[in-house]
Design a protein around this ligand. Structure first.
Ligand code: FAD
Ligand code: UDP
Length: 374
């Protein structure tokens, strides 16, 4: 049963909206959260298939260096010890990621950091001499200068071209400028101090954040804009900023991911949560086996079935999920125009990845909300 009037109408029940609602409730405010999807949670929502929490909108691994954020999420629901260690499959050859001593051993048979450094230095020197003193002009040149030809051709080129839909020679160098190269045997993909998955899945996190808050699903703000604008003193908007302003300056572009999800009659399909397919010929970029996010060791065999998702990186179009903002000149300028309008709003807070047209990991979303005055 809805109240007549709220302090906040929150448009979008993703991590931004749900965390905001939680903090506002703690501050004694009345909130209504609406979402146009048939479920709460936005992109971290999991669908249960064969007792497995399937990350419906892409694999989500929570990681942060911020102890305040880590303590906050763990106070809502405890997190497990999942550590992301993706494996790369190049035409059946397996390599550990990120690039570390295990990768170098698998690539060249080197054993010590000195041997690996010598090998990488040789390959880098070859790439640098081809540039004749000029700066790397594109992603290919940059990657060759950072890690050399062997790693570039087997682990970077195919994956990156599938992900961005363009040849590496046409992609900007900066995308790969901070490529981590580790001279230790450490397959942990992230450098952060804290990482994991909520015990019981992400839906439990969202349900706990929204406990005691009024929520409506299948409810699009724009279907009855006037009604929703009048139902609260303030609005927290986490949808697309260009849609909020009726696309008055034009449409912002995105890249998206298409998932092909399959249930398989085997307990353990690939032995890891994430396998990247780094060759150009395999049409998908990676395969996720969802049970490995939450079950470890022998427990994997308690369920005789498993669920996998193949990920295809795709150009975004009408009716598709807008996942990754494209921060090129056109979109950056367009967003700035919308932001100028947003900055003049007195009763609307724009937050989250769609309203700020910014790629956000989960932890920075929470950090941002915790900084806000309710
Ligand atoms: P969203 O989750 O998108 O929520 C916005 C909500 O608003 C949606 O539910 C939408 O339905 C609703 N909405 C929009 N318009 C309207 C409207 N008009 N009316 C009503 N409701 C509306 N982060 C990590 O930290 N680790 C990871 O491993 C990771 N992996 C990712 C993988 C992929 C493929 C993607 C795309 C993102 C990943 N992220 C990851 C980022 C993470 O998904 C985001 O940080 C987080 O979901 C952002 O939350 P949000 O609330 O801003 O947006
Ligand atoms: N990358 C790569 N090979 C891999 C994984 C990543 O070349 O096996 C490159 C690729 O260019 C990608 C970038 O590193 O765009 C960032 O990868 P990350 O996994 O951090 O990003 P995500 O896939 O989550 O967008």
């Amino acid at each position: 049963m809805l109240t007549n009037h709220y302090d906040y109408l929150i448009v979008g029940s993703g991590l931004f909206g749900a965390t905001f609602a939680y903090c506002a409730k703690q501050a004694g405010k009345r909130c209504l959260v609406i979402d146009k999807r048939p479920h709460l949670g936005g992109n971290i929502y999991c669908e249960e298939i064969e007792g497995i929490h399937v990350h419906k909108y892409g694999a989500h691994i929570f990681h942060t260096n911020n102890k305040e954020v880590w303590d906050f999420v763990n106070s809502i629901v405890p997190f497990n010890r999942y550590t992301n260690c993706p494996v790369a499959n190049y035409h059946g050859e397996l390599y550990n990621l990120p690039f570390n001593m295990n990768t170098f051993h698998q690539m060249w048979g080197v054993v010590t950091p000195t041997e690996a450094e010598t090998k990488i230095a040789e390959q880098k020197a070859e790439a640098m001499s081809a540039l004749h003193g000029r700066e790397p002009q594109n992603l290919e040149e940059q990657a060759l200068c950072l890690v050399g030809r062997d790693i570039y051709e087997k682990l970077i080129k195919g994956y990156t071209e599938k992900q961005w839909g363009r040849p590496c020679t046409e992609l900007p160098a900066f995308i790969i400028r901070r490529l981590p190269v580790r001279m230790v045997y450490d397959n942990n993909y992230f450098n952060d101090a804290y990482q994991g998955i909520p015990i019981g899945g992400y839906n439990r996190l969202i349900e706990s954040l929204l406990e005691g808050v009024d929520t409506l699903v299948n409810t699009d703000f724009f279907a009855d804009r006037q009604k929703w604008e009048n139902i609260a003193d303030k609005i927290v908007f986490t949808g697309k900023i260009d849609e909020y302003y009726n696309y008055c300056f034009g449409t912002l572009d995105y890249r998206t991911v298409r998932f092909e999800t399959e249930t398989i009659d085997t307990a353990n399909y690939q032995g890891n949560a994430v396998i990247n397919y780094t060759d150009r010929e395999t049409p998908y970029t990676r395969v996720i086996e969802h049970k490995h996010f939450e079950t470890f060791g022998q427990a994997v065999y308690d369920n005789p079935k498993t669920v996998i998702s193949r990920e295809y990186s795709t150009e975004w179009g009408e009716g598709m999920e807008p996942f990754y903002p494209i921060n090129n000149q056109r979109n950056t300028q367009l967003y700035e125009q919308y932001k100028q309008l947003a900055d003049h709003e007195t009763r609307v807070i724009f937050g989250g990845r769609l309203a700020e047209y910014k790629y956000y990991d989960m932890a920075p979303i929470i950090e941002k909300v915790l900084e806000l005055e309710m």
